[in-house]
Design a protein around this ligand. Sequence first.
Ligand SMILES: [Zn+2]
Length: 61
Amino acid sequence: MIIPVRCFSCGKPVGHLWESYQNATDKKKVMDDMGVERYCCRALLMGHVDFIDTVAEFKRA
Ligand SMILES: [Zn+2]
């Protein structure tokens, strides 16, 4: 859906990193550069699928 603002496991804010992660080709490098070191936060980014726009089509106003 939408990337969580904070990591579920450790509480590190990761929501603002999503766009740069998404646009990057070298995912490992961009995570290293952004300081995402723990595997809980890395898994959050790697496992995320952004389908809010798809869901929004079926939401009632
Ligand atoms: Zn974490």
